[in-house]
Design a protein around this ligand. Structure first.
Ligand SMILES: [Zn+2]
Length: 257
């Protein structure tokens, strides 16, 4: 007997109809977003790698007038800074992930110890997202049969955390350290080729160019207006460098140096 009533299930592609190719596409998108998360380390590392060495080499250049002193201080600072920033990112990212893992473990223990309460909680979480009460209960009752999906949904919805986040923050630490080293190249390079009076303005100029590049990269990755993104980086970076220069010049004088 022909039935012309549309079946609502037809409107939604069933999970079993997702091809392997589509599955791969979905995960590729997630990996792309994970990669974009490197933006914080990239911007932080390169900005620090530009501004701290700029302050150090300009200060040493102005204070000693010695190219050798500038280059020794600049190289030492670049490596010390990169290693310290990389280590800092590793430890801080790791602590954050460890704290989150503890919270997730607590939540999973609650699911084990008070399953009825947590099931009701899951339905309430769905209701808060605008799902009708009877549908919310149905969703929760369905999900509870799939522990992995249930745990993941509970952690994401209730705690706002992601399960399975790595506590070994090596890519993050490397991005930070390498960005710092690359950044420190710009304020330092001129001193290898020019005497101090000419090297200082070139160093400043190259640092500003690099700040603009950081702004453009940040703007492209985050899909922002490139001009505003660069201006923001140059203004914030410039203000910080100027502050460092003034303090670095006048504070030693207070102590008679
Ligand atoms: Zn819960």
């Amino acid at each position: 007997m022909p039935n012309n009533t549309p079946n609502p299930a037809d409107a939604v592609p069933s999970a079993t109809h997702v091809t392997e190719e589509q599955g791969a596409e979905i995960f590729a998108e997630k990996n792309r977003i994970d990669g974009l998360n490197r933006i914080r380390q990239l911007v932080f590392g390169s900005l620090d790698g530009l501004l701290v060495p700029l302050g150090v080499v300009s200060g040493v250049a102005g204070g000693t007038g010695s190219t050798k002193a500038v280059i020794v201080a600049g190289i030492a600072e670049a490596f010390a800074g990169a290693l310290s920033m990389g280590a800092g990112e590793f430890i801080s990212g790791r602590s954050e992930a460890q704290v989150q893992q503890t919270e997730i473990a607590k939540e999973l223990a609650e699911i084990r110890d008070a399953p009825e309460y947590e099931l009701r909680e899951m339905a309430i979480l769905f209701e808060h997202e605008g799902v009708a009460p009877e549908d919310a209960a149905r969703l929760a009752n369905t999900l509870v049969h799939y522990p992995e999906a249930y745990h993941k949904t509970m952690v994401e919805k209730e705690l706002g955390l992601q399960v399975g986040v790595s506590t070994v923050k090596i890519p993050e630490a490397l991005t930070m350290g390498i960005s710092y080293i690359v950044g420190s190249f710009f304020p330092l390079i001129a001193y290898f080729f020019l005497p101090i009076p000419q090297a200082l303005p070139v160093s400043l100029f190259l640092t500003v160019v690099a700040l603009i590049v950081v702004g453009i990269i940040k703007g492209r990755l985050a899909n922002l207006n490139l001009f505003r993104s660069s201006l923001e980086v140059v203004v914030v970076g410039g203000a910080s460098a100027l502050g460092g220069y003034l303090l670095g010049t006048y504070v030693p004088r207070l102590f008679g140096y």
